[in-house]
Unconditional design. Sequence first.
Length: 293
Amino acid sequence: MLTGSVSGAARLLNLTQPAVSRTLQHAELQLGFPLFQRSRNRLVPTREALLLDAEIAKLFHQLENVNRLAATLRAGSPGQLRVLMVPALGQTILPAALAEFRRTHAEVPVAVRMLNSREIAAAMALHEADVGYVFGPAQHPALSGELVCESPLVCAAPAGMFPGRRHIVLEDLIDKPVVMQDQGDYMSGVLADARREAGVDAPLGITVQTLHAALALAENGIGAAIVDAFTASSSDPARVQVLRLDPELQIPIYALRLEQAEMSVQLRVFAECFARAARAVIERGRGGVGAPA
């Protein structure tokens, strides 16, 4: 399937061509139908081979996950704290949380990776991290989620878009340019539910992958962005006005861990540092949200 020829497959597998030919013939004999047809010295997969290949690819993916898990368990990471989080939290909460943690645990190595929520859940299930911070509850049977705090959603609007306003409703965005995050994550689902309840269609606008990208576009006057309070806390007040949403929408922040996994002393301390840093960002944001630009 990969090389298009017996000779290519033999080189790839470090086998002789007769060995590959015999294996292919044996497979076709067992299956009861041909897998390839010869065309101009190339092996062209049959329809049946293509259908089988799609299922076999899933098996190879599962095997790769098994190998990743085995490598993680074999290598281990004694004393190392492995943390995953979505970028919006990593760019705002992490610096303060890590600074506090290292004041008492400077000797503990910390490895941090920024991934999206689905990638974090998958990596946690494979024992690749000790904790993962995401928006929304756990969506994996092997994981448990602990609520850290809740973050209000706010509107980051280019300066001058809503002069004199301290809050807006979703209807205010109907005739405005809007920057939105990709569909499919927890936050976009919350917004979609709120729009349906308000009877407001999804606005036509620009779609980006991360919340900080949406904020950057708002700061450059491209459009208004609905973001979490953590992302909004890093905005430039001279270029963007952060407005409250009415009614208020809250996004929960969860710490994901393996179900029934023991919590090390270092992880417990880091979790406390992270929670304090998150609450501090929210408190600072409450004082600045809605202030005229």
